[in-house]
Each structure stands twice: as structure tokens, then as C-alpha cells.
Design a protein around this ligand. Structure first.
Ligand code: GLC
Length: 418
């Protein structure tokens, strides 16, 4: 492996996908600013250009809604190559045309990492961002929280669009009247690697429902057609709150509210434990039923600061059965598909979050192994969007921002020991 050449290639991908203040996930397939992609991009930039790293997060928060929500997509400039665009979402609630749902809040965690590298010069920038991050987290606790679990109102909100977690909740939707539309994703990428028409009808139908209520949370809350408690969101917000707490303490501001959120979410994590499955799982809150899915999000417990021996044993088993773990859906699940997006492929960003958690929780060997297989995966198969966990076949979009970013910040040999 030529680590220096790969580092250079990764920096080149970030620069190439830079649209001036924000980074697109990849050219063509995703031509706008995506929320959690930007968090990773900022962390990647922080390895060689701190100014640009701060800017990425500041541009993301320039789209924050008055209610605190930070949208999952910001449509800074129109682009006909993507569907559904701003005209379909019809969300004019914020300062920038956007989608009407959010995405996993990784921003506070990466802002802390950037600030750690830039304590003096970055102090003022952190001071500006801190209240915005607190507002966003409060929005989650107010509008997306039940019994300490964070739920999603659209599969896109979890960032794991077609995960089998949502199958039962999606099956309960009758997308009647959704109308005709033309997808754009399948003209960029092989349709076998993308969600199906069945999924898309329901994705668009859900967007139409939100739009009809003006994306007003108070109007949507009493009757949500899709409401699934999600380990991605719950673990990631818990972790982000811990980072927010550390930054708030360092700036000498009041931490009581954030401490309360942490207690609440710790209880929610316990509720996501499905004893019969022996794993963290999602729950359809409309029916109270577990989804029965072991996914890569189930392993985010350590990242959230939550220890679990049984998940560790599971991870070992997954690692000995597959060349490139962690699969987005475990291969023993009947819906496993090694090529279709979140139904099987390995995503380097999830590996990174899981690996960070493992090292912080005192499992250095498991962390080292996961980092090694992720390093091999990218070195051998490139900076793809996702990969087949059995043989590493790259899938989805290429020259992908977040894959390049986590290479630079976590996977590359040049990062050194973690
Ligand atoms: C897909 C992914 C989502 C990501 C987006 C842009 O929708 O499922 O997690 O943020 O693409 O990369």
C-alpha cells in the first residue's frame, strides 16, 4: 500500500467535491450539501486545512431553521440532476431551501475534534457554533424523542435509507396518490445498488405528507405515518451530547440541560436492547414492535459510551465470518443483500464511528482489527460510497467525500496509533 499516494488522493477528492464553503458527497449523484456527510467532510478537512473545516460546519448551520432543526439536505444552488429537489420538498421554513427532515447529529463530535486541533484561533468560532448546536439538539429532544429513544419520521432521517429496520413501518404505508415522478439516482448508479420503486413511492409519499402540514412539527406530531426509534440517532445524539457537554463546560456555560439529555438518552439506549434478538434494535413506535435487525448501527453503543459484552461477542463473530465487516445488515438476516445500499454493504463511516467507540471503551484489539480491515478495504477497492462485505466490491457512487474524509482522519496509516 502506498499510504502517501492514498492520502493525496483523499485530499484531492475533498478538494474536488468542494463547491465553495460546502462539500457535495459525490459529483452527480448527490449535488447538494448533506448534513452528516458535511460533519465527516469537516473532520477530513481538519487534517490539512482547519479554516476550510470550520467553514464546512458554519455553512451547514447557515441553513438552520428557526425551530432549531438542521435539515438533512441544503439546496444551495438548483441542480436538475437530483430528485426530489426543493420544489418537491416545498420546505421554505429556513434561510436556505432545504429538505424537511434532519439527519444523525455528528456535527458536535467533529466540531470538538476540530476545536481540539485549533484551540486558540478556533475559540470564537466555537462560541458562535455552540448555541446553534444546543438548539439543534434541543429540537431532537423535543420533537424526536420518546422514552429516551430518538425516532425518525422518514427513512432518510436515519441516514440508512433502505435498511430492513423500516420494512414493517414501510409496509403499513399505502402510497396512494403519490403520482408520477422520475428518479435521477438510477441514471447515476446501477439500480441493483439502490432502493427499489416500492421504497421510493413511500419516500415521496412521506415527503408529500410533511409538506401538506407545512413541515410544522406541532401539526405533524399527533399523527406521524412513520415513527421508528432508531439506534443510529439515539447513540449518535447521546455521543454528541457528551461532546457538547465538554465544550459547554470548557466555555463556562450552563450544562444542566445537556446533562439531563444525557440521562434521558442513556435510558433510551437500554430500551433499544432486544433481549430475544440479543442486540440493539429499532422499534416501530406505531406498533411497539422491535424490527429484529442487527445492523451496523447496533454496534454504535461504545461510540455512545454504553458498554455491552454481547455486542462485542457478536462483532467478533461478524469479523471472523466476513473479510470486510461491519455489514450494514447482518448476513443471517433474510433480507441481506451485499450490494443494495443499507441492506448489507459495509460503509467506512459506520466502521469509523464503531472503531472510535471501541478504542475509547478500552477494546483496543477490536478497534485495531476493524481499522485494519477498513484500511485494506479502501486501499484495495478505492474511495467508494459502500462495499460488498464479502469481497469488497465497490458499489454506489465513486470518489466519495466521507470515505476520503475518514481515510484521512482515522483509517490511513499516517494517522498513527489511535
Ligand atoms: C444516502 C445515504 C445517506 C447520505 C446521502 C448522501 O442518502 O443513505 O446516509 O447522507 O446518501 O451521501
Amino acid at each position: 500500500m502506498n499510504a502517501e499516494a492514498l492520502d493525496e488522493e483523499a485530499r484531492g477528492i475533498l478538494r474536488m467535491n468542494d463547491r465553495g464553503g460546502y462539500t457535495v458527497p459525490t459529483d452527480g449523484l448527490y449535488p447538494y450539501q448533506w448534513n452528516w456527510d458535511s460533519g465527516f467532510a469537516a473532520w477530513g478537512f481538519a487534517q490539512f486545512d482547519l479554516e476550510r473545516a470550520w467553514k464546512e460546519v458554519e455553512t451547514l448551520f447557515s441553513g438552520q431553521w428557526p425551530n432549531g432543526m438542521v435539515p438533512h439536505i441544503l439546496f444551495h444552488k438548483p441542480d436538475p440532476g437530483y430528485f426530489p429537489g426543493p420544489d418537491v420538498w416545498g420546505a421554505t421554513n429556513g434561510p436556505v431551501p432545504s429538505s424537511g427532515v434532519s439527519q444523525p447529529p455528528v456535527a458536535a463530535t467533529f466540531v470538538r475534534a476540530i476545536w481540539d486541533k485549533d484551540r486558540d484561533a478556533g475559540q470564537g468560532r466555537l462560541q458562535d457554533l455552540l448555541p446553534k448546536m444546543i438548539d439543534w439538539h434541543r429540537w431532537f429532544m423535543t420533537w424526536r424523542q420518546e422514552a429516551g429513544m430518538i425516532f425518525i419520521t422518514h427513512p432518510w432521517e436515519a441516514g440508512r435509507d433502505n435498511a430492513p429496520d423500516w420494512d414493517a413501518a414501510m409496509a403499513a404505508i399505502n402510497p396512494e396518490g403519490v403520482g408520477e415522478y422520475t428518479r435521477r439516482d438510477t441514471s447515476h448508479v446501477n439500480p441493483e445498488m439502490r432502493p427499489t420503486k416500492y421504497d421510493y413511492d413511500r419516500y415521496i409519499w412521506l415527503v408529500q405528507q410533511g409538506r401538506a402540514k407545512g413541515w410544522d412539527e406541532a401539526r405533524m406530531a399527533p399523527d406521524r405515518p412513520f415513527k421508528v426509534a432508531d439506534p443510529t440517532m439515539t447513540f449518535i445524539l447521546l455521543r454528541a451530547n457528551r461532546d457538547l457537554l465538554a465544550m459547554t463546560e470548557a466555555l463556562g456555560a450552563d450544562t444542566r440541560e445537556i446533562k439531563g439529555w444525557i440521562d434521558t438518552l442513556e435510558q433510551g439506549c437500554a430500551a433499544l436492547w432486544n433481549e430475544a434478538l440479543g442486540s440493539y434494535d429499532s422499534i416501530n413506535l406505531r406498533t411497539g414492535t422491535y424490527s429484529g435487525c442487527v445492523t451496523s448501527a447496533s454496534y454504535l453503543c461504545w461510540y455512545a459510551g454504553v458498554e455491552n459484552d454481547r455486542m462485542l461477542a457478536r462483532l467478533r463473530a461478524e469479523t471472523s465470518n466476513l473479510r470486510y465487516p461491519v455489514p450494514s445488515t447482518t448476513p443471517s438476516h433474510p433480507e441481506f443483500n451485499g450490494k443494495r445500499y443499507w441492506r448489507g454493504p459495509t460503509w467506512a463511516i459506520l466502521n469509523t464511528l464503531i472503531g472510535m467507540g471501541l478504542s475509547e471503551a478500552g477494546h483496543p484489539e477490536a478497534a485495531r482489527l476493524l481499522r485494519q480491515t477498513t484500511q485494506d478495504l479502501i486501499a484495495e477497492h478505492g474511495f467508494a460510497e459502500y462495499f460488498d462485505p464479502r469481497d469488497g466490491t465497490p458499489a454506489g457512487g465513486g470518489t466519495f467525500t466521507w470515505t476520503a474524509a475518514v481515510w484521512l482522519a482515522w483509517a490511513s496509516p499516517s494517522v498513527g496509533d489511535l
